[in-house]
Design a protein around this ligand. Structure first.
Ligand SMILES: NC(=O)c1ccc[n+]([C@@H]2O[C@H](COP(=O)([O-])OP(=O)(O)OC[C@H]3O[C@@H](n4cnc5c(N)ncnc54)[C@H](O)[C@@H]3O)[C@@H](O)[C@H]2O)c1
Ligand SMILES: O=C(O)C(=O)C[C@]1(C(=O)O)C=C[C@@H](O)C=C1
Length: 374
C-alpha cells in the first residue's frame, strides 16, 4: 500500500493518549509519512512521544481520524469528546474491552442526540507488552498481529473502512468481530491469562531467596505478564467482568478437581487411587490446548527467534557482542539480559528474525561465543 492508495490512511490522524499503544500507533503512521498530532493529560508523556517521533503536539485543524488510546475507564468519555470536537472525523479507540464502552456511549447518545455514533468504530490491536508508557513503544508492534475491528450496528461504512485502513497501515491483520464476541474471546486469551500470571507471581512475594535463586524458564514463562500495570488491568478486568467471572468459575471448578487428586497423593501416597489419573488428565488437556495456540508447537511462526549467548561479566563484553552481531550482518530486533545468581556470566537474549537465527548462532560460535539452547 502506498500513500497514493485510496484505501490508505492519509491523515491527519490525532492520537489521544500517548502511552504504549498511542505512541506505537503514532510511530507506525509517521514511518509511512502520515501526519500525526498527539494529546495526553500528562505533559511529560506527550513530550516523550513527540521526541520519539510519534507526531507533533501542534493541533491539526481537522483530523481525518482520531485514535483514543487511554485506559478503558476513561475511553468512552474521550471518544465522546472527540466526536463532539471534530464533527467530520472518524473516531476509534484501542481499549482492551469493547461492550462496556459501546453501552456507555449509547447511554450518552440518548441524553445528547448531537453525539454522532455513526462515526465511531471500536477496535483492539492484539499486540502490546507488560510495560506501559511511550518509552516502551515501537513502530512494528502491530506487524502481523490481529487487530479486531468491532463495528456496531450504527457504524457508517466510511468509518469502518477508515479504521480497517489504520490497522492495515500499522501492519496488522484485520479481524471483524462484534463487541460481545470480542469480549468473550479476550477474556479467554488475554484477561484470564493475566490473572493466572498474577496469581502465580503473587505467591513469589514471600518466597525464600534460596527458592527464587532456582528460578528457571518455566516460572519466567508463566509470570512475564505479571509485571503489567495494576491500574490499567483493573480497568480492563472490571470492564469485562461478566466474561472474566464466568471463566474464573470454570477454572475454580477444575482447580477443585485437581486439588482433590493432589490431596489424595498427599495423604495416601503418590499411587493413591485417582491421584495419577486426575493430574494426568489436566496435563493432557493442557497439551491439547497449548497445541492450538498459534505460534506454539507447529502453529504460525513466531515473529522473532531468541539466540541466547553467554557473556562474561566484564566491562566491554556486551558491547563486543553487539558489534560482532553487526559485523555478521544481523539486525537485533529485541534484547534482554539475564544474570545467573553468583555466576560470572550473563545470558544475553538476542531476538532476531527466524531466518537469521541459525546463521547467527554458527557465526558467533566460530568467533568463540558460547551459544546455549533456548
Ligand atoms: N498494554 C497493552 O499491551 C495493550 C494492548 C492493546 C490495547 N491496550 C489498550 O490501549 C489503551 C492504552 O493502554 P497503554 O498500554 O497504552 O497504556 P499507557 O498507560 O501506556 O498509556 C495511557 C496514556 O493515556 C494517558 N491518559 C490517561 N487518561 C487520559 C485522558 N483522559 N486524556 C488523554 N490522555 C490520557 C496517560 O497519561 C498515558 O500516557 C488501553 O485502553 C488498553 O486497554 C493495551
Ligand atoms: O504480550 C503482552 O505482553 C500483552 O500483554 C499483550 C496483550 C495480550 O494479552 O495479548 C495485552 C492486552 C491487550 O489488550 C492486548 C494484548
Amino acid at each position: 500500500m502506498t500513500a497514493d492508495d485510496p484505501t490508505a490512511t492519509r491523515g491527519p490522524v490525532h492520537i489521544v493518549g500517548t502511552g504504549l499503544l498511542g505512541t506505537s500507533i503514532g510511530l507506525a503512521l509517521t514511518a509511512r509519512g502520515v501526519p500525526v498530532t498527539l494529546a495526553d493529560t500528562s505533559p511529560s508523556m506527550l513530550a516523550l512521544a513527540r521526541d520519539l517521533g510519534a507526531g507533533t503536539i501542534e493541533s491539526a485543524p481537522a483530523p481525518e481520524l482520531v485514535v483514543v488510546a487511554v485506559p478503558p475507564d476513561v475511553t468512552s468519555d474521550e471518544v465522546a469528546a472527540a466526536l463532539q470536537r471534530f464533527p467530520d472525523a472518524v473516531v476509534t479507540d484501542v481499549a482492551s474491552v469493547k461492550s462496556v464502552l459501546l453501552a456507555e456511549l449509547r447511554i450518552e447518545a440518548r441524553t445528547d442526540p448531537t453525539l454522532d455514533l455513526s462515526r465511531y468504530v471500536g477496535s483492539h490491536p492484539m499486540a502490546g507488552r507488560e510495560k506501559s508508557g511511550a518509552a516502551a513503544a515501537s513502530a512494528d508492534m502491530f506487524t502481523g498481529r490481529p487487530w479486531v475491528i468491532a463495528a456496531h450496528s450504527g457504524s457508517a461504512e466510511r468509518a469502518v473502512l477508515a479504521v480497517r485502513a489504520l490497522a492495515a497501515d500499522a501492519g496488522a491483520a484485520v479481524v471483524s468481530m462484534d463487541a460481545g464476541e470480542h469480549d468473550e474471546a479476550v477474556a479467554l486469551i488475554s484477561h484470564v491469562p493475566q490473572l493466572m500470571a498474577s496469581l502465580m507471581a503473587a505467591q513469589l512475594v514471600e518466597a525464600p531467596d534460596r527458592a527464587l535463586a532456582l528460578a528457571g524458564q518455566g516460572v519466567r514463562d508463566v509470570t512475564r505478564i505479571a509485571a503489567s500495570d495494576p491500574r490499567l488491568w483493573s480497568a480492563i478486568l472490571t470492564g469485562n467482568a461478566p466474561a472474566v467471572s464466568a471463566l474464573l468459575r470454570t477454572i475454580r471448578a477444575e482447580l477443585d478437581t485437581l486439588l482433590d487428586a493432589v490431596e489424595r497423593a498427599a495423604s495416601d501416597g503418590p499411587l493413591a487411587p485417582g491421584a495419577v489419573s486426575g493430574i494426568s488428565r489436566l496435563i493432557s488437556a493442557g497439551n491439547d490446548g497449548v497445541a492450538r495456540v498459534p505460534g506454539k508447537h507447529g502453529g504460525a511462526r513466531r515473529r522473532y527467534t531468541e539466540v541466547i549467548v553467554l557473556v562474561p561479566d566484564e566491562p566491554g563484553e556486551l558491547g563486543r557482542l553487539f558489534s560482532e552481531v553487526g559485523e555478521i550482518g544481523v539486525n537485533i530486533e529485541d534484547f534482554q539480559m539475564e544474570h545467573s545468581p553468583k555466576q560470572k556470566v550473563g545470558m544475553a537474549i538476542v531476538s532476531v528474525t527466524p531466518e537469521a537465527a541459525q546463521p547467527l548462532e554458527q557465526a558467533l560460535e566460530q568467533r568463540g561465543w558460547r551459544v546455549v539452547a533456548p
